[in-house]
Ligand binder design. Structure first.
Ligand SMILES: [Zn+2]
Ligand SMILES: [Zn+2]
Length: 394
């Protein structure tokens, strides 16, 4: 077994215990007081001088001046109730159903090992523990944005970023998935308010029916995917709510549509946002109504720097002694590591933690989701190995 796998395996009980503690005490968004206290205490115990660089955002470094590689984990849970039988299940209305508790525990494990190897580090390793990956905070500004603004990529300047996400439900335990280039989708929420003019249901000619107009806008938006997306590209547009009216015989004043767009190229993302506005406004004007289009705060797509990704895949395969799987297409999910990935060369890995056949039946954000604890030490070793090997070669 590779040295770092062995060292991480020796730490397995501690990684699992840390994860179980975090799992039982989930916190959401930027309200991570207890989680941050726990992470700060552990880092201090391991010999670090961790800093809170923004609300619930922690950075720490180990090594010596030289190039810097940053390892990132997210710490936030989701505002939902857990429905597992785990002895350490959450008893709150918050739950770690995306596995960010495992990320924090795996990176803490890596922190401990890296500190023990400090003398051998050919540069600096920066650790980033971030809040609000899920964007549950009402501010509409995600944790990645806030940490970027707080300067997480500066002092020392970050030259490369590595992170991983655990994946339960469809990826075999211990499997590693990644791809070069676009890795995950962007995510933007839009809201279209159609202003018509209310009237009696028996006399539609006396008003402007916003429901009719909104239906045409809905139809128009679907053409972005059908007619304006290159066949080889991947994107998704979903209208998830359509609200208007209260009674069968009243034409209302207003209709409201909200939806989400996911793209894997930043230029498509920008183009689609422009086109949603154009189609809505012009369609409404054509039917004598007005449309007001708003975009809530969105996040870009995760981009895996091809050169860095290829390099880290090679180090990972050397250590694991089995190949990483190369995803054919970007994943349709999104992750706010995207914000960092658009500002520094990044490689984002997916670490499998069980399929349905293995007994891990549920997808992420499901109240029943379970994670295979036997893969955690592998995640820890991946962090350590990527950092040490990359620094050795840069
Ligand atoms: Zn999630
Ligand atoms: Zn997640």
């Amino acid at each position: 077994m590779h040295q770092f796998l062995e060292e991480a395996k020796a730490l397995e009980a501690e990684i699992i215990a840390n994860r179980r503690y975090l799992h039982e005490h989930p916190e959401c968004g930027f309200d991570l007081e207890n989680t941050c206290r726990f992470v700060m205490e552990k880092l201090t115990e391991y010999g670090y001088e961790p800093k809170m660089i923004c609300r619930s955002g922690i950075a720490a470094t180990v090594g010596r001046p030289g190039k810097t590689i940053m390892l990132r984990a997210d710490m936030d849970a989701l505002p939902m109730e857990e429905e597992t039988d785990l002895p350490f299940r959450s008893k709150e209305k918050r739950a770690h159903t995306c596995g960010h508790d495992t990320h924090t525990a795996m990176l803490l494990g890596a922190a401990k090992i890296l500190k023990q190897h400090e003398a051998e580090l050919n540069g600096t390793v920066k650790l980033m523990f971030q809040p609000d990956e899920e964007g549950t905070s009402p501010t509409g500004i995600s944790g990645g944005d806030v940490m970027l603004e707080a300067g997480v990529l500066e002092n020392p300047k970050v030259d490369a970023v590595m992170s991983l996400h655990i994946m339960s439900g469809s990826y075999p335990s211990g499997s590693i998935n990644i791809r070069k280039g676009p890795m995950m989708s962007s995510s933007d929420t839009f809201e279209i308010t159609v202003q018509g003019s209310g009237t009696h249901g028996s006399q539609p000619n006396l008003g402007v029916d916003p429901i009719n107009v909104a239906v045409h806008i809905y139809e128009g938006l679907q053409n972005l995917i059908a007619r304006e997306l290159a066949p080889e590209e991947q994107a998704c547009l979903t209208v998830g709510s359509f609200q208007s009216g209260d009674a069968a015989n009243i034409i209302p004043d207003e209709a409201k549509i909200t939806g989400t767009i996911r793209t894997t190229h930043e230029n498509t993302r920008t183009a689609f946002k422009d086109r949603i506005r154009e189609i809505s406004e012009h369609c409404a004007a054509g039917f004598r109504a007005k449309a007001d289009v708003k975009f809530m705060h969105g996040i870009p797509s995760v981009y895996n720097d091809p050169k860095l990704t290829e390099e880290l895949i090679a180090y990972t395969e050397d250590m694991m002694e089995y190949p990483c799987e190369i995803l054919e297409y970007p994943m349709s999910g999104s992750d706010d590591l995207s914000v960092i990935s658009q500002n520094a060369p990044t490689a984002y890995f997916m670490l499998g933690s069980g399929t349905a056949e293995e007994g891990y039946l549920y997808p992420h954000h499901n109240p029943h989701i379970l994670f295979n604890e036997e893969v955690f030490y592998k995640g820890t070793a991946m962090y350590v190995n990527a950092a040490i090997e990359w620094l050795k070669n840069h």
